[in-house]
Design a binder for this molecule. Sequence first.
Ligand code: SF4
Length: 435
Amino acid sequence: MLKFAICTLGCKVNQYESECIAGDFMRRGFNLVNFTEPADIYIINTCTVTNITEAKSRKIIRRAARKNPGAFIVVTGCYAELKSDDIKAIGCVDLVVGNGGKADVAHLVSEALSVSDVVEVVKLLKKPNFHTRALVKIQDGCDQFCSYCIVPYTRGSLKSRDPREVVTEVERLVESEVKEVVLTGIHLGKYGWDLNEKDALEKLLLKLNDVAGLERIHLSSIELKELTPGLISLMVSESKICRHLHIPLQSGSDKILRSMNRNYTANDFIETVGQIKNLVPEVAITTDVIVGFPGETEECFQQTESLVKRVGFRKLHVFRFSPRSGTRAAEMSDKIPDFTKKSRSYRLIKTGEMLADDFLNQFLGRKLEVLVERFNDKKLLTGLTDNYMRVNFEGFDRLWGQIASIQALKVQNGEIYGKIMDEDKADSVAVVNQI
Ligand code: SF4
């Protein structure tokens, strides 16, 4: 049985597509191994969001070739889409496949290697990591053209999946014991816009809400202007829809937001998030912020800092601006020195950590409903609440895939530690501990 390994860089959409590629290979009888192990086929699903991720992609390609010089190496993803010639020039790559051809990777490799004995696996194997959560891509492409972003050039225009196809995929996932789906897309909030259906996401959520056995529906990143009242009221009325929204902020300065070609002001952000927080109790709001964008003065940065504190994010992802060739921002003057970017990023990360602790601390002593995923490296069970808090506790593997009631006892390194509240389950833990 030939062994294959897959390495994924970049966004959740890439992660989802890698899972699909892995599933295709497994159905054909190939054996999935860790990327650090010797394999017959290496697949690198690349990213090109910054020049740094391109360099990282090249490094991983070379590392795979060194691990097994005779391996068949396939490169796909956004870097392959944008710069296939650069990848071919590396010299060790056998196949370069753009984003549009990802669904054919397993077929192309099987043909190239003349592998004919296809093993059909009856059940869809969509849990390569044996997790209770699974990504489901519902949308691709973006038409926003933020000035720092290359993605619209690599992913093309908006493309939405047929809702019936999405529901079927989710039903199959539930059959294989997935309890939570994370709906992903490059521009998720515009799901259905290419089909002239601006409320398609709400309709899809309602359909998925009816899937028996599915416990939770999670939205991945969604843009501020696409958070419609309909979507928010679904979060209130339908308990399966998770109370977590990742809304990219990028900057709290109107001047920088304009320069980034973002379609909202700082005030829009504060108002919309304020309304959501009033309507959805204990909702977790997470975000991305870019520091050191060209023209970002100390005053602009302080506006970002103060907005971040005012909103009280559950989690901040802070990125230092890195010019991406091919984008408008890469040509902008008034660049910010690296040491300034570094110190602003440090300040904001510290603010983010403080806000995260504030968010988590409010739950201490309270009962949390945790979807149990796996054991962590400290041999504790770990899972997420529907409002995106990671909770760790002592337990046994029978709880995998179940929702457990946990009392929150302490907060450490951005996570909650607690104990099982359900008496039956707690007794079982005690028995297991005695053995
Ligand atoms: S919304 Fe902006 S940042 Fe997001 S993918 Fe589209 S262009 Fe890139």
